[in-house]
Design a protein around this ligand. Structure first.
Ligand SMILES: Cc1ncc(COP(=O)(O)O)c(C=O)c1O
Length: 522
């Protein structure tokens, strides 16, 4: 092995999915905390145990904020199935705090949802879009689903619905034969869901917009199809909708954002597409809701798992779910929530102030979106120069804003393309002579003091072979500063060139370097 000239002293970490220190809204949080802690009507409930569904002013502020952000999404429609709020969005919904529950962030919330709505004896499979947010896998394993997580492939539009439908059908057919063979023909679960919860037969886990790790955004047609499948097969779709607000315009799917004017289309202060929960709510009662039909049991099939982590800093450990009111009530009945009320009660008082004062919107609009837009562009320019051109890599692309709403807001009269989130996903061609991603990641750390996310880390635990990611890398543009993003790609390209010069293209899979705590990387 040719030794590299010299290992740089400063580490560059393109794996870490954290916001940069410079992007934390400390001043706005200080002002909100000062206000909350100066007013006994706020700090007294804030410092006590709270209600199971969470701090009411935050639930109300979130209901308004989410309804405004997602209003107008989906094709305009005046059909009676929509309870739209009059702005022409087929999937718009009026604010309703009863559908909101305050959580300790998306990860804690996922664990609680599994405690309340799944049973390892009755819930047959967890279907995860692959590549997946790898830290969700241990949460599913802790809930009893080790060995029963299944990878669902994606194409450019998102989830492969045909594959998922076939597999759901096959698993159900097999489970029904097994259950019939059991002693009294009825399988019993470990849990008693009681009157406010139900056990779903399947779970589908996804990140529909600006996904971690793939950067992909699922099309409207796939969102509608996924909700249809969930309603047919009695699945709960858990959507980590944690990046939706972090979006910006680009000129075309593969162009860089640096090429366009600074102006930010007003259209992008609203969501690009409806959430799956918005689609499910519009479809009304489900045949799988317990009978007799009643609003208290209209659980539906989707929960939107939201978080303040990417908006105001992960350390606030606060998030929310939006779902049917029945599912929200059930979620708040999770045992650990009933003992003490919803998590993050004090943080909720501060975030309620930050949201109501407009401080959060200002931070997203003035700091986060411009910063991520620029970082994304710089990283993309470097990737195109060093990895796409010379090595034939493909890189995650922007999506076209739905035409019904982009016409009035296109940049310079052109179509509006949008990217968002934290990540670029890079795929090298199978036969291009580029070494496997794990080997690249190991050499990057050893020789260039560079941390990158190798594709296999994002394979679904226990079903790795179904969607192999040996030629893929995830690069995060949220953590390192602008200069380091560019230098990181230069270091990466140096390592790949060196390995290719050594003829390591067909090299054996080596261990994925795991510097420090994997939880430190997201
Ligand atoms: C898809 C996804 N879900 C959940 C999380 C974690 O969210 P939280 O900090 O709210 O637990 C992350 C953070 O990287 C994420 O990317």
């Amino acid at each position: 092995m040719t030794p590299p000239p010299q290992r740089p002293e400063k580490q560059i970490n393109l794996m870490r999915g954290w916001p940069a220190h410079s992007l934390l809204p400390a001043e706005a949080l200080r002002a909100a905390a000062q206000k909350a802690l100066s007013d006994p009507s706020v700090y007294q409930p804030g410092l006590e145990y709270g209600p199971d569904q969470g701090y009411q002013p935050l639930r109300e502020a979130l209901a308004r904020w989410l309804s405004a952000f997602y209003s107008g999404t989906g094709a305009a429609d005046t059909s009676s199935s929509s309870d739209g709020n009059g702005d022409g969005g087929k999937y718009s919904h009026a604010p309703d705090a009863d559908r909101i529950v305050i959580t300790g962030g998306a990860s804690q919330s996922l664990a609680c949802l599994l405690q309340s709505f799944t049973d390892p004896a009755l819930t047959r499979r967890v279907w995860m879009l692959a590549p997946c947010y790898f830290l969700a896998c241990p949460i599913f394993a802790d809930a009893g689903f080790a060995g029963r997580m299944r990878a669902v492939p994606e194409d450019a539009e998102g989830v492969d619905l045909g594959f998922l439908e076939r597999e759901l059908r096959a698993v159900d057919a097999e489970a029904e034969v097994e259950e019939r063979a059991e002693k009294d023909g009825e399988r019993r679960g470990f849990k008693d869901p009681g009157p406010y919860r139900k056990i779903y037969r399947h779970v589908i886990y996804c990140v529909p917009s600006f996904a971690n790790p793939s950067g992909k955004t699922m099309s409207l047609a796939r969102r509608e199809g996924l909700v249809r499948l969930a309603r047919e097969f009695d699945a709960l779709v858990i959507c980590d909708d944690v990046y939706d607000q972090l979006q910006w315009p680009v000129t075309s799917p593969d162009a860089t954002t640096l090429a366009i004017a600074d102006e930010f289309p007003a259209r992008l202060t609203k969501a690009l597409l409806p959430r799956l929960i918005d689609i499910d709510l519009s479809l009304g009662p489900s045949p799988h809701d317990p009978s007799p039909p009643s609003p208290a049991h209209a659980f539906g099939h989707v929960v939107s798992n939201g978080s303040f982590s990417k908006l105001s800093g992960p350390g606030v450990r606060t998030g929310w779910t939006e779902s049917s009111a029945a599912l929200a009530r059930g979620a708040s009945q999770t045992g650990s929530t009933r003992s003490g009320g919803a998590p993050s009660q004090l943080a909720a008082t501060v975030l309620a102030e930050l949201l109501s004062s407009g401080g959060l919107d200002a931070h997203v609009a003035r700091t986060l979106r411009p910063a991520y837009r620029r970082r994304h562009a710089l990283l993309l320019v470097a990737v195109r120069e060093h990895l796409v051109g010379p090595l034939g890599a493909r890189v995650s692309e922007a999506v076209r804003a739905p035409s019904s709403s982009s016409s009035s807001s296109s940049v310079s009269g052109e179509d509006l393309f949008v990217y968002g989130g934290y990540f670029l996903w890079i795929s090298f061609p199978e036969d291009g002579g580029v070494p496997p991603a794990r080997a690249i990641a190991e050499r990057c750390l050893a020789e260039e003091n560079l941390v990158v996310g190798a594709g296999p880390r994002f394979e679904v635990h226990g079903d790795e072979a179904a969607v192999r990611l040996e030629r893929d890398l995830r690069l995060c543009f949220a953590w390192e500063d602008e200069a380091a993003l560019v230098e990181g790609v230069e270091r990466l390209a140096r390592v790949i060139r060196r390995m290719m010069d050594e003829g390591a293209g067909a090299g054996a899979e080596e261990a994925d370097p795991t510097p420090g705590d994997v939880g430190q990387m997201k």
